[in-house]
Design a protein around this ligand. Structure first.
Ligand code: GLN
Length: 288
């Protein structure tokens, strides 16, 4: 089959779901990834054809896209902060809001390691490892440790550290349980993007997220929505140095509650920030 004919099939089957531009970009992501054929290649060689062995693979991707299965899970990779990341159904697909959190953390702590040797950072609920690994890429003076409850996610995160050639230490643990002794060193920075979506917000979620991304990484009980933040704050009281930083990605509807929670726990220099969509999305506090 000619690639240009296959492209027409993609448009016919998928434009109503995604829109023409997105379908074009999916098509070329697949042809580049599977067959090393770019948009330019097809423009210059309009009669490029698929072999019979290539055909089933791309047709399978088409049928998955029809069910709104995320392209990142089909390709098993994505980009975060300009770096390549492997993703599977055991990890969330990293969000652009989380890139904004990474920028905030790196701008706050860059330079601090000069007076302080290496900075110790812990990422709690690392998933694909995107926060810890990107920060380790940007800040060579960082000693990053990343924790997750999911063994499957940690397999992916470890691969991502290798792919990105950074040295991050990974630990399997549940932050809701106690961990005295697990982190003997005092930490300079704790960062976390824990689960924070309430059942009542499920109806706002897109089916591609709801049906495919790991619920373990997304959802909390309506009546205990700050459960992870509370546990991490208790952990920070034990393991964060005085003047150490705590950064969270947060539920956009719980900004004021998060501010109050950090205040109650005597954190200072509390700052709530919005993401580029204008939603309360991240918060910082300093331990005193
Ligand atoms: N922002 C993500 C979403 O809306 C949720 C991330 C999280 O729960 N930590 O899908």
């Amino acid at each position: 089959m000619l690639l240009k004919d296959l492209k027409q099939i993609f448009h016919k089957e998928l434009d109503a779901i995604y829109g023409e531009d997105e379908v074009r970009s999916f098509f070329f992501m697949l042809t580049e990834n599977y067959f090393n054929v770019s948009r330019l290649d097809l423009a210059m060689q309009p009669n490029l054809a698929l072999t019979t062995s290539e055909h089933p693979k791309i047709m399978e991707a088409l049928s998955l896209l029809k069910t709104e299965f995320p392209i990142q899970y089909i390709l098993k990779e994505t980009e975060f902060y300009g770096f390549p990341f492997k993703v599977t159904k055991s990890t969330l697909i990293p969000r652009s809001e989380t890139e904004e959190l990474v920028t905030w953390v790196s701008e706050t702590i860059k330079g601090l390691e000069i007076s302080n040797n290496k900075l110790n950072l812990l990422d709690i609920g690392t998933g694909s490892g995107c926060i810890a690994i990107s920060l380790a890429k940007i800040l060579p003076g960082l000693k990053a440790v990343a924790l997750d409850v999911s063994k499957e996610a940690l397999v992916v995160a470890k691969e991502n550290a290798v792919i990105n050639k950074v040295d991050v230490q990974f630990v399997q643990a549940n932050i809701l349980e106690t961990h005295s002794g697990l982190f003997p060193e005092t930490l300079d920075v704790i960062v976390s993007n824990p689960p924070y979506v309430r059942e009542l917000e499920k109806k706002e979620m897109k089916p591609n997220v709801l049906n495919n991304e790991p619920h373990l990484a997304l959802f909390v009980d309506d009546d205990n929505a700050l459960q992870f933040y509370k546990a991490i704050i208790e952990f920070a009281k034990l393991h964060l140095k005085d003047n150490g930083f705590l950064f969270f990605e947060i539920n956009e509807y719980l900004g004021q509650e998060m501010k109050a929670l950090l205040q109650e726990n005597n954190f200072t220099d509390i700052e709530l920030r919005k993401d580029i969509f204008g939603r309360d999305r991240m918060i910082k506090g300093v331990k005193k």
